[in-house]
Design a protein around this ligand. Structure first.
Ligand SMILES: [Ca+2]
Ligand SMILES: [Ca+2]
Length: 228
């Protein structure tokens, strides 16, 4: 009997190899199906309660500020017009500051750069202006302030300074500046009726009593508004 099986096995290898290959393939397929079933049943066995999912989102808001005029157009410059030596002047045209971050609460910083292309020289400290020196100060509020409303602390400097809420010596605010008109904690939604801007900025320019230059002083300084 064993001899017969041995002979049949030898015959399979020798004369019926196609049938043997088929048998091997069937056996392999059966093994694969069994392995797959084992994997599936193993996965089902991993019970979880509760389960979790990781979430990701990108917030589109970012600090942003826009300087506008009374028509809600970008204000690129302001011309103080003709002044005499020794005079001070506050802008009459609107310089509005718009928090256009889309939802962030912003506090504004102000700074100035002397463009140096003219004979005028920036002064950032108190005291009587020397020959050719000019000085700029700033206030946030809706109504136009008088030149005397600007305090020593409101003088613009090259280094950015942060706006404060109302107080006797508040930076870029007066003692009577309402909280919703200053440059501190400015809300993103529009506040000024009919405008996109949130607060109004006033700049005081002081000219020296004496100067070696005269005539048009185009783009003599640049004022920066930075949101933080
Ligand atoms: Ca002040
Ligand atoms: Ca405020």
């Amino acid at each position: 009997m064993n001899l017969l099986r041995k002979n049949r096995s030898l015959a399979c290898i020798g004369s019926d190899s196609v049938a043997c290959v088929c048998a091997f393939v069937r056996a392999l397929a059966a093994f694969s199906a069994a392995a797959l079933l084992l994997l599936v049943s193993t996965g089902r066995a991993q019970a979880a309660n509760p389960d979790s999912v990781l979430l990701t989102v990108a917030i589109g808001n970012q600090l942003s500020v826009r300087i506008t005029d009374q028509f809600d157009a970008d204000r690129l410059n302001y011309n103080f017009g003709t002044m005499l030596l020794g005079q001070s002047s506050v802008n009459t045209g609107e310089i509005n500051i718009d928090n256009n971050s889309g939802g962030l609460v912003e506090t504004f910083q102000l700074s100035v750069a002397d463009n140096g292309s003219n004979g005028l020289l920036l002064r950032t400290t108190v005291g009587i202006l020397a020959q050719d020196e000019y000085r700029l100060s700033a206030l946030f509020q809706d109504a136009a302030p008088s030149p005397s409303a600007f305090g020593d602390e409101d003088i613009l400097t090259v280094a950015p300074q942060t706006a404060e809420s109302q107080g006797a010596a508040a930076k870029f605010a007066a003692s009577t500046t309402p909280a919703d008109e200053d440059g501190k904690d400015v809300q993103a939604p529009d506040r000024l009726a009919g405008r996109a801007a949130n607060v109004r900025l006033w700049l005081k320019l002081e000219l020296p009593a004496a100067a070696t230059v005269n005539g048009l002083q185009t783009d003599f300084a640049t004022v920066y508004v930075n949101a933080m």
